[in-house]
Ligand binder design. Structure first.
Ligand SMILES: N[C@@H](CCC(=O)N[C@@H](CS)C(=O)NCC(=O)O)C(=O)O
Length: 333
């Protein structure tokens, strides 16, 4: 995979989300909410796609929206279904996610990214607009949420959630990539400084409250979690985000363990997919493609002590049950 960077500044250039139709209860974009109709295509390696896996689990949308898991290693045709029998997604019948992109737009020649939501009857990609995908799961699919599903995007906290999400996107979710893919020292330095300044600020906030906004889990926690869970296995070494490891930042480390141990979070995480994807796909960063053996993951199960801060993870709701057997990740340690 070639990593696009700006030759002048050495900065990573992120490709835009080209397909931004929304699946809504009123179907105003032509894509109405309908259980069984759409397939969420993810890689368990990908932090942006993993948001969708967590939200879908927390809301109990597993029956309503099925999931396809791509091989963590893309080839020159990008994401592929080589984990499935005959290398084909059993529901969409395709070998490469690109086929769904081209069914939607035969002339499309941009990047093929996950997460992607595909309309099963037509085989067409509906959206790869990941920030909207999870918000729509929360706000448009309410008729199919499980009993006891939490409100991950509560009306009264939306402004605060949006503000935190913006800062976390810029200085955490995206900054780790900008540090790792920089081809000039100044671009790396800038991303590294923003990242750790923001992590310090988040750590301070989370030393006083169990979750980022209000006293329950929200979309903001999910977006921070998917970067934190990749920090020590990948971003600390591969992306040179190495002022400290997550496990050396006590508040954030306990916060991440708290979420990891909450049903719907850790049970979506596959560290093997995460590590193999980053270390093997980014050959510019890691030309030997060797995947490190560490870190020891068992500490993710250690007590976090965050209950002392109060908070009600699911508000008036309840945690989800275990994942469907077909979606269970292998034991992680
Ligand atoms: N499409 C979005 C976010 C999703 C994203 O970057 N997904 C990665 C995997 S973590 C991917 O599919 N990359 C392949 C590509 O964009 O060609 C973007 O480019 O900003």
């Amino acid at each position: 995979m070639t990593i696009p960077t700006d030759p002048e500044t050495g900065e990573f250039v992120r490709s835009p989300n080209h397909f931004a139709a929304r699946i809504t209860a009123d179907g105003r974009d032509g894509w109405p909410v309908e259980p069984g109709r759409y397939r969420l295509v993810v890689s368990r390696a990908c932090p942006w796609a993993s948001r969708g896996l967590v939200v879908r689990r927390l809301l109990g949308l597993e029956e309503a929206i099925s999931v396809a898991v791509a091989d963590p290693i893309q080839d020159e045709r990008s994401w592929r279904f080589t984990l499935d029998p005959d290398g084909r997604d059993p529901v969409l019948g395709i070998r490469f996610l690109a086929e769904a992109y081209h069914a939607a737009d035969p002339a499309y020649d941009g990047g093929i990214s996950v997460p992607a939501v595909v309309d099963i009857p037509s085989g067409k990609l509906v959206t790869n607009d990941y920030p909207q995908i999870t918000l729509d799961f929360s706000t448009e699919w309410t008729a199919y949420h499980r009993e006891g599903a939490p409100d991950l995007y509560p009306e009264e906290h939306r402004d605060e959630i949006d503000e935190i999400n913006q800062a976390v996107y810029r200085d955490v979710n995206a900054a780790v990539y900008e540090a790792g893919f920089a081809t000039k020292q100044s671009a790396y330095d800038d991303a590294y400084s923003r990242l750790f300044a923001r992590l310090d600020q988040l750590s301070d906030r989370l030393s006083r409250q169990r979750f980022l906004v209000g006293d329950t889990i929200t979309e903001a926690d999910i977006r921070l979690f998917t970067t934190l869970v990749r920090f020590d296995p990948v971003y600390h070494g591969h992306f040179k985000c190495n002022r400290q490891k997550l496990s050396e930042m006590p508040v954030l480390w306990a916060y991440a363990r708290d979420l990891f141990q909450t049903p719907g979070f850790g049970d979506t995480v596959d560290f093997d997919h995460i590590k193999r994807h980053y270390y093997q796909v980014h050959e510019q960063v890691n030309p030997t493609r060797i995947v490190p053996k560490g870190p020891d993951l068992r500490s993710w199960a250690e007590p976090h002590g965050r209950e002392e801060l109060g908070g009600r993870p699911f508000g008036d709701g309840t945690p989800p049950g275990p994942p469907p057997a077909a979606e269970a990740v292998p034991p992680q340690w």
